[in-house]
Design a protein around this ligand. Structure first.
Ligand SMILES: [Zn+2]
Length: 290
């Protein structure tokens, strides 16, 4: 708690300033892989580092990644995660790196805690889904080791658990992550999760993303409300117009463009913003877990 702890958190605004942006652009994170099966979804440390570099160059300020083992399975294993962090840091020095801790990778909370306890190379941040068993202990462990927490909220129940956990004062940010493919439902869900944390007086930075085509609607709503956004192949495989994205870079460039639009002063151009309804196009894609 308090300013001492805050001072230890990674300085995630610095990459933006290094790029010479005088304004404080909304936060943009690239979620490069997850468990997405896609020809352009990177899995090896080298491929992830290359994708991360391109995402940063396209406007991302941070990357979120999942490590894979040599058999092609997602892993939280210390050596695989360290290899990945080394590769990313070599190609993207100074970029805050967020690793997953998803229970979809290691289901048993005790086993997951033991695996994470063995980490020697620490990420800057982790995503920690607040609805998962054992997440509070996991967050406490990682906080004690100087890792910043991105508190993932996938439901209103998760938001309520997060409020009850008392972790909010020590987290870096909240991820609002409605899973619904239907953009209208995803938007309502994002609003309900946001309301719940705001009602509890939690003023943490928020980053919003959806899944599939709903991602873009959720992103736009977030920007409307002054929040950060996340995009990338973990979350979505199509561009705002519903056409297939070639790769992470194309998704990040589209998100950076969205941010630029929202940064424009109110006027005729701003009035030309597509409404959320304009985004309800394209083929829905399968939701994935974060
Ligand atoms: Zn993830």
């Amino acid at each position: 708690m308090g300013s001492n702890d805050l001072a230890k958190l990674p300085q995630e605004t610095s990459p933006v300033m290094l790029h010479g942006d005088e304004d404080r652009s909304p936060f943009l994170q690239a979620a490069l892989n997850g468990d997405r099966v896609h020809p352009a979804a990177p899995r090896s440390p080298a491929a992830l580092a290359k994708a991360a570099r391109a995402a940063i160059d396209a406007g991302a300020q941070s990357v979120h990644v999942h490590a894979f083992d040599r058999a092609g399975r997602e892993t939280l294993d210390a050596i695989a995660c360290a290899e990945l962090l080394h590769a990313l840091r070599a190609l993207c020095p100074g970029t805050p790196i967020s690793l997953t801790t998803s229970a979809a990778i290691v289901k048993d909370p005790k086993e997951r805690l033991q695996i994470v306890e063995a980490w020697r190379e620490m990420p800057d941040l982790v995503t920690a889904n607040q609805g998962e068993p054992g997440v509070v202990e996991l967050c406490e462990l990682l906080l004690s080791r100087g890792v910043a927490i991105e508190a993932g909220l996938l439901s209103v129940e998760d938001a309520e658990a997060f409020v009850r956990s008392g972790l909010a004062g020590r987290c870096r940010r909240i991820l609002i992550e409605p899973l619904e493919i239907d953009p209208g439902i995803a938007l309502q869900h994002a609003a309900r999760m946001e309301e719940r944390v705001v009602a509890a007086g939690i003023t943490l930075e928020q980053v919003h993303h959806g899944f599939g085509i709903a991602c873009w609607a959720v992103n736009r709503r977030a920007l409307d409300r002054g929040h950060g956004i996340r995009t990338g192949l973990e979350d979505v495989t199509v561009l705002p117009d519903g056409s297939p994205a070639r790769d992470n870079t194309e998704l990040v460039a589209a998100a950076a463009h969205l941010i630029k639009e929202y940064g424009l002063p109110a006027g005729p151009t701003a009035l030309g913003h597509p409404t959320n309804e304009d985004l309800f196009v394209g083929t829905p894609v399968r939701a994935v877990t974060s």
